[in-house]
Design a protein around this ligand. Structure first.
Ligand SMILES: O=C(O)COP(=O)(O)O
Ligand SMILES: [Mg+2]
Length: 222
């Protein structure tokens, strides 16, 4: 029996040049146990990934802000408006979210705001502190989010919905927003391209990077 998986997207299921590695779709389809996609991206993105892979939609989105499994959506953030208000304050003070006029990165985001990594980090940090929020750097975006909302709690919630324990899961990830997942899962892998916090938190660091690293991790638990 293979274990259930909890997989990050960016840096973990992607190619070094960006974009989903096609082998990620095969992995989602062929893994013979539940697979949960746990990401900082807005809720529709992992849902779409599962939809187009044609697998059950088991999703932790927005760094744990939105959790979805077995036809039940849970929004875990009490004051989901606050990050949006803070983002407006950031823009009013000259900051730029950095995604262009239509901003499809945040358009369907329900509980936090993502900011381009070219943005003014000092200003973003100051605004976050003023609003009682935090900034998490995934290597792909800054996330202006509610402290204490984490992918790891999302995993506990999805696991319970599926009648499992979070410790049954094997986690693979690449950045500081995966540290809580690593703690909740029974076994954790950081891919070689991971940031320092993820590298330090994982049980095992793979030799290979990105999807090659993820496949290396999965080969050891299959
Ligand atoms: O959206 C991001 O910034 C990172 O997404 P990830 O959690 O799937 O790596
Ligand atoms: Mg990632």
């Amino acid at each position: 029996m293979v274990p259930p998986l909890v997989l990050d997207i960016d840096g973990t299921l992607t190619a070094p040049t960006g974009g989903i590695d096609p082998r990620a779709i095969e992995t989602l389809r062929e893994w013979d146990a539940p697979v949960v996609v746990a990401t900082g991206k807005a809720f529709p993105y992992p849902v779409a990934l599962c939809h187009f892979a044609n697998v059950p939609e088991r999703v932790i989105a927005e760094n744990g802000g939105v959790v979805y499994a077995d036809d039940a959506v849970t929004v875990t953030v009490d004051d989901a408006e606050r990050p949006r208000v803070a983002a407006r304050a950031f823009v009013d003070r000259g900051g730029d979210l950095g995604w262009g006029a239509e901003d499809t990165v945040n358009r369907w985001r329900e509980t936090e705001v993502a900011v381009h990594r070219d943005a003014d980090e000092a200003l973003l940090g100051a605004v976050a502190a003023e609003f009682g929020l935090e900034v998490v750097d995934t290597g792909y975006a800054y996330h202006l989010k509610t402290p204490g909302v984490e992918k790891g709690d999302g995993l506990r919630s999805v696991a319970a919905t599926l009648g499992l324990d979070s410790a049954d899961f094997v986690a693979v990830g690449d950045s500081e927003n995966d540290v809580s997942t690593f703690a909740a899962a029974g076994r954790s892998f950081a891919v070689a391209n991971a940031d320092d916090r993820a590298l330090a938190a994982a049980d095992t660091v793979t030799e290979e990077s990105y999807m090659d690293g993820t496949l290396e991790a999965l080969a050891t638990v299959a």
